[in-house]
Write a protein that binds this ligand. Sequence first.
Ligand code: SF4
Length: 381
Amino acid sequence: MEKITYFLCESNESSTEFYKKNLNFSKKVLNKLEGNFSNDINDYMNYINKNNMEQLRSKSEYLLEILMIGVFWKEHVNKAISLSKIPRNILIKLSTLREKESIKKIVDINRGLLEYLFLNRRSNDKVKISLENYKKLVNYLKACGDYKEEAKRLEVWISYFFSLNKNKVEKILTSYLEFAKYFEDISQEALGIYTKNVNLFLKNIDKKYKYREDFLFCSRKEVEYHLNMVGAQIMNEAYRKEFLKTKEKRLLLPSCMRIKDEKNCKAIKTEEGYICNSCSKNCNVNKYDKLGKKYNFQVYIIPHESSISVKNKIKYGHIGIIGVACVLNLISGGLKAKNLGFVPQCVFLDYCGCKDHRHDKGIITDINMSYLLYSLGIEEC
Ligand code: SF4
């Protein structure tokens, strides 16, 4: 098996060991976050509640946002401060336009060019920690397109920071950045074994991905893989009980799990996604489709995260979805599903291999079936 970036079956034949390690590590990170930022998070949640900003989420989800702020600051703020208003606004507009399937290709050609020219420029200056630069960071994430959902969460913090005095904001952001540095070290130790090919992959990134719309997505460093591993675990824990109570359950699979390419796959298009037509018994999608018939969940093939949409907002609590995706898409996928009214759970692709972003010919991907059955409440972990 060709290992491209991450590989969850590294320490065993299956990814079961990874799931155990990730669960324990995520608990450790959450405990540390709570120990360090308990007062901060209570203040933030009180502010949200008092100002009716949203239906309060769980404390662990807000603690995850602290980790996201720190990691994104560390990874992207030097690029964010170099991005000026006009290209930023064009890129934000293009990232919305690409959701229209009919013009996606042409939008992506332009986005690829602009992304490389404007979102990849990194200032060498030491960046002052301030609310002003935090806003630039959130705008940068919006302009990237791939962080749309994360940016929405981080944007809520702006009005809270605005209510505090300047020194307090600087102190808070500094402590989040410090935590992100600590996270980078401990996550490398705990999860680095699963992401050891990322640096190798990044060596050729400029040669192969320059001017492509997925340049930034594919350029992400190991720490963002680890952030998504931990983030997905935290979100799974936060929504598990509600998910198990939902009457309707759906499993959303990416097209890289099919045995045949787009032209030859006989799946049928519906409003919710493609439904497998069982044209090949060796196809992984067919395997999970059969499981769905046995355990009463519907399987859909979703070509891209942007294809997840609903005509009318769903009443929250009715439909639970298990999103399957490559590690880097899990936080954004979970947040998007929640925004649309689904109760989310996610399962990691054991490795990536899609033809669009990662591999010239494409590698057929798969997931851990036991973890899927655990997510559905059918098997014990
Ligand atoms: S078995 Fe289903 S998903 Fe797989 S190639 Fe055939 S129709 Fe497509």
